[in-house]
Design a protein around this ligand. Structure first.
Ligand code: FAD
Length: 208
């Protein structure tokens, strides 16, 4: 059973900060008090896909928030374009992953199941861009794991998929051609939250 998350905001009562489901922050992760920033589980920031305010309460969002809030607190001017909602869980040897606006009732939807194994895909579209996805499949199936990464990239980059939209509608299990043709990895490598190239040890570029 899952009950979701609830941010502990009681200690902020009477502080004067604007709070909703979390501490409401602007695109700089700044609260309603100019010198107070909020990041991570306590912050209600921008969702990448919908643009709406949301509390994600996941580690990737906390890390991105922390980088942006820290940079702004240190005097830089870094705007945050929003965080991608991602949840991955293994239940009874099945991996279940959801990305972005996976429950958007207004999106165009394509879905499919495999006849030979417990595997399900749901893809949500705005035009020819993926805005959300759900994967369910055996943890032992390498394509479940691979497609989690590729689908996350396609939703996160918001890349226009053109004719691959029709291909994915026919076969939502064949993600790789769309991922490679859209050069999604290259797009995400260039994308750094702080607006500068990120380097791992050995000068390998990494997406942050
Ligand atoms: C059981 C569980 C499983 C999870 N699994 C995943 C997962 O698989 N993937 C994922 O992405 N996310 C997962 N999460 C969520 C993830 O842990 C959080 O989103 C992330 O840790 C949030 O980081 P944060 O820095 O905002 O908050 P936290 O990590 O909670 O850090 C807040 C810190 O502030 C300290 N603190 C609190 N009050 C005060 C105070 N008054 N003064 C000083 N310090 C204070 C706390 O002790 C804590 O160290 C999980 C969370 C839980 C509880």
């Amino acid at each position: 059973m899952a009950t979701g998350i609830k941010t502990n905001l009681e200690w902020l009562q009477g502080s004067g900060l604007t709070v909703n489901r979390g501490v409401v922050v602007d695109e700089h992760l700044r609260s309603s008090a100019p010198s107070v920033y909020a990041a991570g589980d306590v912050a209600e920031g921008r969702d990448l896909i919908s643009g709406a305010a949301a509390v994600h309460a996941i580690e990737p969002t906390a890390q991105e928030h922390g980088r942006v809030a820290g940079a702004n607190m240190a005097g830089r001017d870094v705007r945050y374009r929003g965080s991608l909602l991602v949840n991955i869980v293994e239940v009874c040897h099945l991996d279940v992953a959801s990305f972005g606006a996976w429950d958007d009732p207004t999106a165009e939807v394509a879905s499919g199941v495999k006849a030979d194994r417990p595997a399900y895909r749901k893809l949500l579209w705005r035009g020819d861009r993926l805005t959300g996805a759900i994967i369910l499949g055996p943890s032992s199936d390498i394509w479940t794991t691979n497609d989690v990464g590729m689908l996350k990239g396609l939703v996160q980059s918001g890349v226009a998929l053109g004719r691959f939209k029709a291909h994915l509608a026919r076969n939502p299990f064949d993600i790789k051609p769309a991922f490679i043709a859209s050069r999604t990895t290259g797009r995400l490598l260039d994308e750094t939250i702080l607006g500068r190239p990120a380097k791992a040890p050995g000068d390998t570029p990494v997406a942050v």
